[in-house]
Design a protein. Structure first.
Ligand code: ATP
Ligand code: MG
Length: 580
């Protein structure tokens, strides 16, 4: 590719709405442009990087036995009604009508479509297992699209789906995909970690997310410093120390204390002369808009809504607002207390509350606090469960080691779906005995466009992107400083042809720009290898080579260039831990 004929509209300054480095650099290096909120045009350089990611994904999917398909982006509501997701998927699902007033949506994911396809074509156990995937533009009307390609509304995803005869087969498919994902992300050159995850709105039995470790990640993961354990905060189990059940232990009589100013837990604790770890927060939530539940956690802890939702079932869980709290408590306050809530509100308490008694808390009556509260005696608990979010001071739930928190960008997600879709959509097959059985499913996503952003988040410096060679728009930038020197110009042409013939993609900067401009642009785009031809070194029969990531400079002889370049290229790849 000749840069003189290419389209790289670079920017000197980053646009004001770009907050994270990948967004700034993708815009500045002329790789993407915003069309409207969360929707981007991919320019030639950006698209090349996306296509390289897609190619690695395809190769690894194919190696793992998955077959590529391409499903429609427009999906009829009727399929989503079959699984019930039309009603509860929420506003991320962009819905619209056709000229006959029929309901449709733009695909945010394709479980329904693929299940519909497979149920129509698959009759016998002999056709299973089956693993189909696609690489396609998805649309999700994200509430807060931001960070450029990291959280768009329109974005490119690889989504794959497996269909098996039984649990055992489904587990094998899941494991094969898990391994394929590890290979894929390693080949892309990302530093990543698979973590246990919640299966969210897509549902299913268990799931892992693949996280790229980067400070700008929107997810936090808890990982053990001693063993392999790593989990998304939503999912990470909290283990409480062994200890006696204190719910029935002796406790002085419950007292009510008036406190005029106790809006925060700290103020309530100050009024009671106690501390938040001796205080119980009673939180009222509403499941699916109409089912109230109460959750109790220690005053210094955070309720994990995902854990609570998994415990109580349902799709959507929200904190009750002040008006709902008043209605549910029958009192005029804006906070709830654990004592005296209506019988039909289930009461769940975090596991660690079982290990002590003589608590403090709010009362349902306004400006009133409780002292000497015994959960066994003064208030009903329907169930103790793991309800809070893990903290760095908690032990690893698997080995007891120390936990650390890291920020991560989710680039992939594997789910074991089980029968969730096949049962609802009647996707069955006949087994060896002629009995009809639902297929056991799995689903597997990779954020293809997000990966380009994540790779930049992990690899950049003050001058621009430092792309891993496996997904760089071009691996090499050959910069000719020929000016009016025809010998240099001719040699540059020759090298350009050589490198191209070697099957290496090279951006050839033969423009009449000043050297400084060319260097700055090569650094900004982040071609992993830069070759500079001209000046004194040319006279000495040398071309200068720079590794973008390490800034290490090497001199390659013009005589015997091909071998010297091949060896240097292999070195650059291996510095990335990548195989050529
Ligand atoms: P998130 O929690 O970040 O919203 P998700 O759990 O909704 O992700 P999945 O439904 O598992 O995502 O989608 C598969 C993959 O698609 C994700 O792992 C992620 O890499 C990518 N992805 C999801 N939403 C977006 C988005 N809005 N923009 C870019 N990529 C996305
Ligand atoms: Mg999402």
């Amino acid at each position: 590719m000749r840069l003189s004929r290419y389209y790289v509209p670079t920017l000197k300054e980053s646009p004001a709405d770009a907050e994270v480095i990948s967004h700034k650099l993708l815009l500045r290096a002329g790789m993407i442009r915003k069309l409207t909120s969360g929707i981007y045009c991919y320019l030639p350089l950006g698209l090349r990087s996306i296509n390289k990611v897609s190619q690695i994904v395809r190769e690894e999917m194919s190696r793992a036995g998955a077959l590529e398909v391409l499903l429609p982006m427009v999906q009829p509501a009727s399929l989503w009604q079959e699984t019930g997701r039309w009603d509860y998927y929420g506003k991320e699902l962009l819905r619209f009508n056709d000229r006959h007033d029929r309901d449709y949506c733009l695909g945010p994911t394709h479980e329904e479509v693929i299940t519909d396809l497979v149920r129509g074509e698959t009759r016998s156990y002999k056709q299973l297992p089956l693993n189909l995937y696609q690489i396609q533009t998805k649309f999700r009307d994200e509430i807060r699209p931001r960070f450029g390609l990291m959280r768009g509304r329109e974005f490119i995803m690889k989504d794959g789906y497996s269909f098996d005869r039984d649990e055992k087969g489904a587990e094998e498919s899941y494991r094969a995909m898990f391994e394929a994902y590890k290979k894929t992300f390693a080949r892309i050159g990302l530093r990543f970690k698979p973590v246990q995850a919640d299966s969210g709105a897509i549902g299913g039995d268990f799931s892992h997310e693949f996280m790229v470790l980067a400070k700008t990640g929107e997810d936090t993961l808890a990982s053990c410093t001693a063993c392999e354990f790593a989990a998304n905060l939503e999912k990470a189990r909290v283990t409480v120390p062994e200890g006696e059940d204190m719910t029935r232990a002796d406790c002085p009589t419950l007292e009510r204390v008036a406190a005029a100013d106790a809006r925060t837990i700290d103020k309530a604790c100050a009024a009671l002369g106690t501390s938040p770890d001796k205080f119980i927060k009673a939180l009222l939530l509403v499941v699916d808009g109409d089912r109230p539940v109460a959750a109790l956690v220690r005053g210094d802890r955070e309720l994990n809504e995902v854990k609570l939702r998994n415990l109580v079932g349902g799709n959507d869980i929200e904190f009750a607002d002040a008006a709902v709290i008043r209605r549910l408590t029958g009192a005029s306050g804006e906070f709830a207390g654990p004592v005296g809530l209506a019988e039909d509100i289930p009461m769940y308490a975090d596991n660690e509350l079982r290990l002590a008694t003589d608590w403090t808390a709010r009362d349902n009556a306004p400006d009133t606090l409780l002292r000497h509260l015994s959960l066994g005696r003064d208030c009903r608990i329907d169930k103790f469960a793991d309800l809070r979010t893990i903290e760095p001071s908690d032990p690893c739930p698997e080995c007891g080691g120390a936990i650390e928190f890291t920020e991560g960008i989710e680039v992939g997600h594997v789910f074991k779906l089980g029968l969730k879709y096949s049962a609802k959509m009647d996707a069955t097959f006949l087994d060896e005995n002629g009995d009809s059985k639902p297929m056991v499913m799995g689903c597997y996503g990779i954020g293809v466009s997000r990966i380009v952003a994540a790779a930049i988040e992990q690899n950049n410096d003050e001058n621009g992107c430092c792309f891993p060679p496996s997904i760089a728009p071009y691996e090499v930038c050959l910069i000719s400083l020929a000016g009016a020197d025809e010998d240099v110009a001719a040699k540059a042409e020759e090298l350009y042809a050589n490198i191209t013939d070697m099957g290496v993609d090279v951006a050839f900067d033969e423009r009449g720009e000043r050297p400084g401009v060319k260097f700055a642009e090569a650094d900004l785009v982040g071609y992993p290898m830069q070759l500079v031809l001209g000046g004194k070194s040319f006279e000495k029969g040398i071309i200068e080579a720079k590794d973008r990531k390490t800034s290490e400079k090497t001199e390659l002889p013009l005589d015997g260039f091909a071998e010297a370049f091949a060896a240097w290229r292999a070195e650059v790849w291996s510095r990335w831990g990548l195989e050529l």
